[in-house]
Design a binder for this molecule. Structure first.
Ligand SMILES: C[S@@+](CC[C@H](N)C(=O)[O-])C[C@H]1O[C@@H](n2cnc3c(N)ncnc32)[C@H](O)[C@@H]1O
Length: 241
């Protein structure tokens, strides 16, 4: 595959056209609550980011990284943040454009790759929020390095991704249970049966150790197990001190 990012963009666009659940936009009720100081910031899974992780967002410069889809960006803007959304998928970004137009929200909506944040100056943001998406990049190192650079001192990076267990295990229909079959790190490109799908299973060492190596102090950690028991999401808060 020549360009994995171009392929990821095509894959995401196809899912958005088919109304995948994580492309659902913020509801009018969620937007109203965010305007009234009751922001509930959900990432792709059903667990909200603890409000104490981001505090009062009024006037804060927030980068919603790989976070298009008309959910987090509009909610943050309604909560008073100065929002920039950067995402690889124009179809996901169109959702933010649509809500921003309808709700008269001033959001900076940009098409781009989270591995290259060179368009942003050093220390531009108070907060970088990254919903589940790092499993679409082959290497998390440039993302953590760039996020650290664009964050102001005292700023935070909140991310959510999949625990490696999701990639180690596969369902064995004959046994009727999950079986650990794959070594980590995992890449769908090594599995002929995955077609054009591009997804990477990074290790916790890459996720947690990688942030620490980039300079972050990890000050928050949460997990959420979904109905599919191997779908285990984790959230981290990393601070630039
Ligand atoms: C599962 S969606 C997450 C957004 C969604 N609002 C949510 O709540 O989960 C993953 C997003 O990551 C984006 N993405 C994947 N790879 C990317 C990359 N290299 N750079 C920027 N965005 C990327 C996709 O286009 C998609 O919008």
């Amino acid at each position: 595959m020549d360009n994995v990012f171009a392929q990821v963009e095509r894959n995401i666009d196809r899912l958005v056209e088919n109304d995948v659940n994580w492309s659902a936009c913020a509801t009018p009720e969620q937007l109203r609550k965010a305007r009234n100081g009751q922001l509930e910031l959900m990432f792709g899974c059903d667990r909200a980011v603890p409000p104490e992780w981001y505090g009062d967002l009024r006037g804060k410069k927030v980068l919603c990284l790989a976070g298009a889809g008309g959910l987090q960006g509009p909610l943050l803007a309604c909560a008073g943040a100065e929002v920039t959304v950067l995402d690889l998928s124009e179809k996901m970004l169109d959702k933010d454009r649509e809500i921003a137009g309808r709700e008269k929200l001033d959001m900076d909506i940009q098409h781009g790759n989270m591995c290259d944040l060179s368009r942003f100056d050093d220390e531009s943001f108070d907060l970088v929020l990254n919903p589940p998406s790092l499993f679409y990049v082959p290497d998390v190192t440039p993302v953590f390095r760039e996020v650290y650079r664009v964050l102001k001192k005292g700023g935070s990076f909140i991310m959510c991704s999949s625990n490696p267990i999701a990639y180690v295990c596969e369902y064995d229909a004959a046994l009727g249970c999950y079986k650990a079959v794959n070594r980590m790190p995992y890449s769908s490109l090594d599995h002929g049966d995955q077609g054009d799908w591009v997804e990477y299973g990074h290790t916790m060492e890459q996720y947690i150790g990688g942030q620490i190596t980039a300079g972050f102090v990890i000050s928050g950690y949460l997990e959420r197990q979904m109905e599919d028991i191997t779908e285990l999401y984790f959230f981290t808060k990393g601070d630039k001190r």
